[in-house]
Design a protein around this ligand. Structure first.
Ligand code: DHB
Ligand code: MG
Length: 215
């Protein structure tokens, strides 16, 4: 944050700058390139290379051993997270669409991470309660259906260790965060729950990334 315009929300980002910083700090190896490539018919809604790199660095910073991801898509963010885990670490990643989960599993296997990542197929609302037996977790990354962020946030805050991280993608809700809609209310409830239970920030990534350290 540098001047009046950028503090007010304008960005210096250009496609050329993004490409340069992604290539410099977050280059893709073969496994990341494969998982970033979303097959025909599957929405290309994965996080960007810099967001993925941030997830990796955050996992390393907290020496994460047990992590949950809600919303696998085809495994791009899961590869970043799993690579940041401590040597004995484990990631449970939940995906609603069986076809996405199948491709994610293949991408994670190609990355050599099949033994550290479990892709669980189903709705977060149903699968998360079954994971509570593995709590406490070091981090929970939420990147799934936006109308359920309040549920996912509450689960995360209940199942994280003190000092653990709750992280939420799309925290600006595609520009609709302050709108009077079900998902607007759910996303604002997520922000407010995290702020109440954590030392937190909404990092101004392209669509906002909430990061909270549970107190
Ligand atoms: C959508 C979902 C995401 O998590 C994202 O980062 C971008 C788009 C979507 O549902 O359209
Ligand atoms: Mg997202």
């Amino acid at each position: 944050m540098a001047d009046k315009d950028s503090r007010a929300g304008s960005r210096y980002t250009t496609p050329a700058i993004l490409d340069y910083v992604n290539r410099t700090h977050a280059p893709h190896d073969a496994a990341l390139a494969q998982a970033f490539e979303v097959p025909e018919g599957i929405p290309a809604i994965q996080v960007g290379p810099s967001d993925g790199r941030m997830l990796y660095l955050l996992m390393r910073l907290i020496n994460a051993t047990k992590v949950v991801e809600v919303g696998t898509l085809v495994g791009y963010s899961a590869i970043h997270i799993a690579r940041g885990l401590a040597p004995t670490g484990r990631l449970w990643s939940i995906e609603f669409e069986p076809r996405h989960a199948e491709i994610a599993h293949a991408n994670l296997a190609a990355a050599g991470l099949a033994d550290r990542v479990s892709v669980l197929v189903g709705a977060g609302r149903e699968i998360l309660p079954t994971l509570a037996q593995e709590a406490p977790f070091d981090a929970v990354f939420i990147d799934a259906d936006k109308v359920s962020y309040d549920f996912y946030g509450a689960w995360a805050l209940e199942n994280l260790r003190p000092g653990g991280l709750v992280i939420g993608d799309n925290a600006y809700l595609f520009g609709e965060l302050t709108e009077d809609s079900d998902r607007g209310r759910a996303m604002r409830s997520f922000h407010e729950q995290v702020a109440a239970a954590c030392d937190s920030v909404c990092v101004p990534t392209p669509d906002g990334l909430v990061v909270g350290i549970k107190r």
